[in-house]
Ligand binder design. Sequence first.
Ligand code: AHR
Length: 328
Amino acid sequence: MSLVGRRRWCSRWWLVPVPLLVLLFGVLSAAQAQDDPGKGLTIGFSQVGSESDWRTAFTEITLAEAERRGINLIYSNADNSQENQIAALRSFIEQGVDAIMLAPVIETGWTPILREVQAAGIPIVIIDRNVTADESLYLARVSSDFVFEGRLAAAWLAQATSGECKIVELQGTVGSSAARDRQIGFNEVISLFPKMEIIVSQTADFRRPFGKQVMESILHTEDPTQICAVWSHNDDMAIGAIEAIKEAGLDPGDDILIVSVDAIPDIFLAMMQGDANATVELSPYMAGPAFDAITAYFNGEPVPKWIPVQGGIFFPDTAAEEYARRKR
Ligand code: AHR
């Protein structure tokens, strides 16, 4: 087409049939949606709290990812209270959000509020920890496999101790799927080794100061020379335990092995100092897949019920590298 012809065509665009324009608009918006998935959506995010470094990183990454995508994220920190989370979800419904993300503090007790969310026609994604509610009540779940994390930690410990070890277990928040499933996975593996046993198991609520306090009291009630390892459901409690072990005049990472979960920067620092032995990674990058699932839902695309995030296990040999890569 000549330049004159092209100009004439452009100046007469209004002659293009309406259905064709609608189609063109649809194609252009779909292309735009692919470039900026979720742009313009308002999403309510109910977060557990800020009990650990992992949680803080997860929150920061989620806020940054929302901003990057042009999502209006309404963030609510529940301070480890299910009641606060339920109130936040009700307030999201009242505000008429497009979608909700829920990182539940505990597993049970969600069915009634999930029904309210569903009745309001709002898709909800469960992120990180799990709920026991019926799958039909939520759009998808983005999470790691906590049972697998526990198995991985135990498999490493079994190999490091030739299957003979008296273990102190520091549990995460009671009633959370992260604590329950990590315990199940770990116990499943050590049950294969008759000389591996948990001698004490106590909760420290995924918090560093509690990890220290609980370990201090265990070091008083148990014979410390009999403790072969601390298995901690997260790195923060392990770091608290490391402090207690050092203050008791023992050498963590050597006298007492330390294996935990999360792969936060501070555990790599501890490894660099010879104080920790292994960490199972829990990726804090869950918001991206959750936003993708919500966008897919609004585009009428199928969304899998479980969207797993992958992790690995890390040791002191790569600690310096991992620390440099992860520190924020
Ligand atoms: O639910 C995941 C757990 O919650 C993390 O392992 C822990 O650090 C956190 O606070």
